[in-house]
Design a protein around this ligand. Structure first.
Ligand code: ADP
Length: 561
């Protein structure tokens, strides 16, 4: 820009000078011609006056003139025949056809054949009829003319030089702010806003720089807020725990978050690649295609690397990376755990209602029999006893369900310092009548252990395990109970010589309502071991089950107490 400005300015100035020069030359030329005419006519009239006053011969008249003045004087007769010439000794030549002779009083310019220099001629008729012609050399005029020309050239070069120096200075002052603006914008683009100093000698430029500073500051603030917004949005999208992907109308990937990257092993190379390039699932690819076609949203589940994923494919109208136009939004959520919980809840309610229905049906049956007077007198006592048993089953079921719900919520915990061996003693005492009724041998080794816990939890845990050992063992068998502490862990184990649990059931007995023998009349609610598992989870513990059919079962619980 700088060079261009200087070049254009110089061209303008040189052009202007050339025009000026041309006009000046033409003016000088015409002026000089006028001057020459005046001069030659002045010389002519001077010589004419002298001629008219001269008495001597033509030769004497000619000799009278100082030839050093450069003037040439010719006297011709009325027919243009040379009578005498100051520069030419010859006479008698016919010069009647010379322009100055043909047009007396006019000025003619030409190179003289006689003297060989360019001369200005003018002639006039004398009183005696002769013609007087005077010529002065043009050279002297040309010299003057060329001197003026050189003076002009010199002045022009000088002026152009001065102008050039001034131009460079002005240019510097004019262009320096632009350089500042350029640097300022470059800094802004790289995220470093810098104020430009107002040091130009021109107030208009300082005003402009001030405006630019204001614009740059606002742009910087906008850029920063956009950047912050983008970072926040990216964080939110990454923290969603959902895969987010955007595709354009050509099914090219235009955005993905970190979860999507981990599900489909995506790197930055995946951008602007078609969906089939990175998604192996046919249904998902088809859904992206279909949503692009019919703009109808779709929701479905699909299995991916052992996980159950819920996919939502929406039609959107959004801008993706690099201003690409996104038309399909894909949200993918890992619902493996959620669906499992949902299933557990469904199973729980269906089991619970089923378990509660059986005793209720029995009670209702007895009630109907009584209502219709179908019960014999001696059967009343047995029926009443059955009703009590059924209601006890229901009560136990409801109690266990409440216990499980309490453990799941983990809110209602009443932790206090508890002597675990004392809790165990109480439980054994409560179960003593059943143990005695089956004539079982009980071996108890219990260390005095104090722990911070909810006594109800410990009571339930001990009771459920010992009760099972009694329930699933034949009469007269031995039960060994052990309570000890090692390395900050409380160990509690119950070993029986009962029926044992087959290998395939060993993991499942901790599920709610799971019973190995569903037809067993003395079976419990099916929630006992599920409660034990939840208590162990609450205290960050672990459960170990060792069992072999017909030989017995040992269940050991280690609690972080
Ligand atoms: P239940 O109320 O039926 O005893 P639990 O959850 O306590 O329910 O036990 C689940 C199932 O595990 C029982 O139905 C039983 O089949 C089996 N089981 C539990 N403890 C023992 C044990 N000590 N010996 C043999 N089987 C057992």
């Amino acid at each position: 820009m700088r060079k261009q400005l200087i070049r254009k300015n110089l061209m303008l100035v040189i052009g202007t000078f050339l025009v000026f020069f041309l006009v000046a030359l033409i003016t000088i030329y015409f002026y000089w011609q006028e001057q020459s005419k005046t001069l030659v006519s002045y010389v002519l009239s001077e010589v004419e006056v002298e001629y008219e006053q001269f008495d001597g011969s033509l030769e004497d008249f000619i000799l009278n003139f100082d030839t050093d003045t450069g003037r040439r004087i010719t006297i011709l007769d009325e027919n243009g025949i040379v009578l005498i010439d100051s520069d030419d000794p010859r006479t008698g030549q016919d010069k009647s056809q010379r322009p100055e002779i043909k047009n007396l009083g006019s000025v003619a310019t030409r190179t003289s054949e006689t003297v060989g220099v360019e001369l200005l001629y003018m002639a006039t008729e004398l009183d005696d009829g002769n013609i007087l012609r005077v010529a002065i050399p043009l050279q002297a005029q040309a010299k003057l003319y060329s001197t003026i020309l050189w003076i002009y050239i010199g002045i022009t070069i000088l002026l152009i030089g001065v102008y050039y120096a001034g131009l460079i200075r002005i240019n510097q002052n004019l262009l320096a702010p632009w350089e500042k603006v350029k640097v300022g914008l470059q800094n802004l683009a790289s995220g470093n806003y810098q104020m430009m100093a107002l040091t130009s000698p021109y107030p208009e430029i300082n005003e402009l720089l001030n405006e630019m500073n204001q614009i740059n500051l606002e742009t910087d603030q906008h850029l920063r807020s956009i950047e912050t917004y983008q970072i926040q949005l990216k964080e939110i999208l990454n923290e969603l725990k959902q895969a987010v992907m955007l595709f354009d109308e050509k099914e090219m990937l235009v955005y993905f978050n970190t979860d999507a990257a981990s599900y489909f092993s995506l790197s930055d190379d995946a951008y602007d690649k078609p969906s089939y390039y990175m998604i192996r699932d046919i249904d998902l690819k088809q859904a992206i295609h279909d949503v692009n076609e019919d703009h109808q949203n779709r929701v479905f589940d699909f299995k991916h690397e052992g996980k159950l994923l819920e996919v939502k494919v929406f039609h959107v109208n959004a801008e993706g990376r690099n201003r690409s136009h996104a038309t399909v939004l894909v949200l993918i959520k890992d619902v493996t755990h959620d669906r499992a919980i949902e299933q557990i809840k469904k199973d729980f309610f269906s089991h619970a209602s089923h378990e509660l229905k059986s005793p209720l049906t029995a009670i209702r049956g007895y009630a109907e029999l009584i209502e219709h007077g179908l019960i014999k007198e001696n059967e009343y006592q047995k029926i009443a006893h059955d009703i009590v048993l059924q209601s006890e089953t229901m009560t136990a079921l409801v109690e266990d369900m409440l216990m499980l719900s309490r453990l799941e919520n983990l809110k209602e915990s009443n932790e206090t310092k508890v002597m675990l061996n004392q809790v165990l003693e109480t439980v054994i005492h409560q179960l003593k009548p059943i143990i005695d009724s089956k004539n079982m041998k009980l071996s108890v080794k219990a260390q005095p252990i104090e722990a911070l816990c909810d006594p109800v939890d410990m009571q339930k845990l001990f009771k459920n395990l010992i009760e099972n050992a009694i329930k699933y063992s034949d009469a007269e068998k031995k039960i060994e109970i052990n309570l000890s502490r090692t390395n900050d862990k409380v160990h509690f184990s119950v070993k029986d010589q009962g029926i044992g649990i087959a290998e395939e059931h060993q993991q499942r007995v901790f599920e709610r309502f799971y019973r190995v023998d569903k037809g067993r009349l003395d079976g419990g609610t099916g929630l006992g071991l599920a409660i034990v598992k939840h208590i162990s989870l609450k205290y960050h513990g672990s459960i170990d089950l060792k069992s072999s059919l017909s030989r017995g079962t040992t269940i050991t619980v280690k609690l972080d107490l």
